[in-house]
Design a protein around this ligand. Sequence first.
Ligand code: THU
Length: 159
Amino acid sequence: MKQYDITTTVRVYDMDELSSEDQQLVYAAKNATKSSYAPYSHFCVGAAVRLADGLVITGSNQENAAFPSGLCAERTALFAANSQHPDTPVVALAVAAFTQGHFLSEPIPPCGACRQVIMEVEDRYQQPIRIILYGTSGIHVVETVKALLPLYFVGAKMK
Ligand code: THU
């Protein structure tokens, strides 16, 4: 039997420790929670992606009475960015969640399906994406989705 261990580095920041562009991205994600359509969960998630040219694109979760037909905020934002700006890499993604009148104290990490989509975007542009997860008690940051999805599947694995 052999074993290997995988470690993940998560940095926890206060808002004023972030760069101004990352602060702006967090504000954009928080603001995007207002466009959430979440009549079933009442869990409003906002996401904001920054492109390599500095442009910020936002998205929010969009639910559906047929539950699996809805989409998370992260994928809404990423698909919007990639469909409107297919030639510009994504460099950062911020996420915020608002429910019962307040932003969550502990940040929410992206679901498994969103991690897989973020991975595809990193792979597509060969560009790591900084993931910035907002919580009122701290902002958790990883420098690549590989930190959240270490044993990842991408197209090259099929060759
Ligand atoms: N949701 C997101 O938009 N992003 C996440 O990272 C986790 C969950 C949404 C999906 C659904 O609309 C609601 O939150 C409850 O799961």
